[in-house]
Design a protein around this ligand. Structure first.
Ligand SMILES: [Zn+2]
Length: 321
């Protein structure tokens, strides 16, 4: 079923797991996400990057929305990394209710002004907004940010940014990168703790560049409040690898068997991620347990570990077991 990003993230945060948001470009990608989520009884998000929106247009949006509506698990549809108002206007007009206004390439005052304007626009139409402060290095869909240009999220600035822009979710940069990690990933968890403490319980935290992060870093991030991970690279690689494989490249290869293999390859990666994020078998939290979820207390940071160890009563107590 089509659901809102806010519902997905709020519920995940209260139950201490995270939502996987997967970039899709075509029918095969959408099928892979929905099949993985349904088979895992997990919520998930379909993400359209502006370059994919440019490629697929409103037909791609309609495909995602329809796939979400007819899925047996909760699925939200989100516009990723929009650096201009054009894609946001287009996405909202096409029926999307979740957008990322990405002003991270701008100076701080310009990012603030851009994000505030886009948030007002989106909120007026009932849409949810994710924004970014700091800047993630790496390459995604032709957009490259060098390590030199990258900037970690400043916890103090983040607090002001969220207060002034009124965004719903914040993408943080704590050492995460887009694309492949060139060396062992190193995340600055002390920074994440300070961001969380400064922002308080109200803000939903997002981590981009989850492809290639080890399980220990994923679970630590979730413990510290991250409730959405963006995954792109590993799913794309699975797709591209299959196109060069026997089923797709051998003489006599045909389209449908090739696409089936490509979907299966992507589905496998997505399934592994849903498991890592702890969202497997959590679909029912988003369906019949809404009231129960909203009554769950958001624990202060110091109590998080205790809840994970099952020392506090929680519907999430079995998550790590
Ligand atoms: Zn990203």
């Amino acid at each position: 079923m089509l659901t809102s990003t806010l519902e997905l993230l709020e519920t995940a945060r209260r139950h201490i797991y995270a939502i996987g948001a997967f970039n899709v470009y075509n029918l095969e990608g959408v099928q892979a996400v929905v099949r993985a989520a349904e088979a895992s009884h997990s919520p998930a998000m379909l993400q359209i990057h502006p370059s994919a929106l440019k490629y697929g247009g409103t037909s791609l949006v309609a495909l995602c929305l329809e796939a979400a509506r007819t899925a047996t698990v909760p699925i939200a549809v989100h516009l990723d990394h929009s650096t201009s108002s054009k894609a946001i206007h287009q996405a909202l007009a096409a029926g999307m209710t979740s957008v990322m206004a990405d002003g991270s390439h701008l100076s701080y005052p310009e990012n603030l002004a851009f994000t505030r304007e886009m948030t007002q626009l989106a909120h007026a139409q009932g849409a949810v907004v994710e924004a970014e402060i700091g800047r993630i290095s790496g390459t995604e869909d032709g957009l490259s940010v060098s390590e030199k240009e990258a900037k970690m999220t400043d916890p103090v600035q983040a607090t002001e940014f969220v207060r002034l822009t009124k965004v719903d979710a914040l993408a943080v940069t704590i050492g995460n990168v887009h694309g492949e990690y060139k060396s062992e990933p190193r995340l600055d968890f002390d920074r994440l703790i300070r961001i969380r403490q400064n922002l308080g319980e109200g803000t939903l935290l997002v981590l981009h560049g989850a492809s290639g992060l080890p399980a220990s870093m994923i679970s630590k991030s979730i413990e510290l409040g991250v409730c959405k991970f963006n995954v792109n690279t590993e799913v794309r690689q699975a797709y591209m690898k299959m196109l060069g494989d026997d089923v797709c490249a051998a003489p006599g290869a045909d389209l449908l068997p090739c696409m089936d293999e490509a979907i299966a390859a992507m589905q496998q990666v997505i399934t592994e991620k849903l498991q890592l994020f702890g969202s497997q078998n959590k679909a029912h939290f988003h369906q019949g347990f809404r009231e129960q979820t909203m009554s769950l207390p958001l624990l202060p940071l110091t109590k998080m570990d205790e809840r994970h160890k099952g020392l506090l009563p929680s519907t999430a107590a079995n998550y790590w077991s």
